[in-house]
Design a protein around this ligand. Structure first.
Ligand code: IPE
Ligand code: IPE
Ligand code: MG
Length: 252
């Protein structure tokens, strides 16, 4: 279990230990080319492959990708269906390759909303890759940061009903084991492609002290040079976690 980075300062190395990405801009990438938005999503899968491989090679240990938000159900039904089909196809096709690369796959989010076949594929893929440790790849699907905090609260209270009588016992350490990313340290670096500068209900709890990087590049075009540019920027950041520069320099 990892402690909240707001309590303990993680080591700052050149490569983020945990990288979290909002893969945005698929629709605009396609529209710009007079293609249906769905073409952008299909092309986006190639970028996922590129990024997973590059992160593995660069020594990123946790990579978390936002694939479908709890709000994305509001999109036209056609687009939602295509995204679900793409999810199924990608799981069917890619899990073997992930295993070869030593990637452990997890899906976080409210997967009960997915059709049973997809739920079963998710379960199998997680099981098949469970022994891998080179890169922990997490796909956030039907995920929302608010959902995550609420489900954590609910599970915590169900497991420890005494907390209801003594709510002061609820602190960060009590809650974090129930959050869906409890297995990972908090993200060191966040990247959002597609030009928007917002969190869109991604890991709202876990991003409290994450370095935030935004790029105009649409997700299907996001490439290895773009990752390296983000890592280069990350290296220049001084992560203070509330402390002063002098404290960090002097180790006081
Ligand atoms: C991100 O790209 C993929 C998902 C949200 C599933 P978008 O589909 O949001 O692309 P834009 O933002 O409309 O260009
Ligand atoms: C965030 O992108 C969700 C994913 C990339 C999966 P959106 O495109 O849904 O975000 P908004 O609506 O522009 O905030
Ligand atoms: Mg978008």
């Amino acid at each position: 279990m990892h402690k909240s980075s707001t309590l303990a300062v993680p080591e700052h190395s050149g490569v983020p230990r945990h990288l979290a990405i909002i893969m945005d801009g698929n629709g605009r990438w396609a529209t710009q080319r007079f293609l249906p938005r769905t073409a952008g999503h299909m092309r986006g899968v190639q970028a996922v492959r590129r990024v997973v491989e590059a992160c593995g090679r660069r020594g990123v240990h946790y990579l978390t990708l936002f694939a479908f938000s709890s709000e994305n159900w509001r999109r036209p039904q056609e687009e939602v269906s295509l995204l679900m089909r793409l999810f199924v196809q990608t799981l069917e096709k890619e899990v073997g390759k992930l295993c070869e690369q030593g990637v452990r796959l997890r899906i976080v989010g409210d997967i009960a909303a997915f059709e049973p076949r997809l739920q079963e594929l998710i379960r199998k893929a997680e099981e098949r890759t469970a022994q891998n440790d080179a890169l922990h790849l997490t796909i956030a699907a039907n995920y929302g940061g608010r959902w995550d905090i609420l489900q954590a609260m609910q599970r915590m209270v169900a497991a420890q009903p005494a907390l209801l009588a003594d709510p002061k016992g609820i602190d960060e350490e009590a809650l974090t084991p129930y959050l869906s990313m409890a297995f990972a340290p908090e993200p060191d670096l966040f990247i959002r492609t597609g030009g928007e500068q917002r969190i869109s209900n991604f890991l709202i709890w876990q991003l409290a002290y994450t370095e935030l990087y935004f790029t105009e590049r649409y997700w299907p075009d996001f490439n290895i040079q773009d990752i390296d540019a983000a890592f280069e920027w990350y290296r220049t950041r001084e992560r203070r976690f509330g402390r002063t520069s002098a404290q960090l320099a002097g180790g006081v």
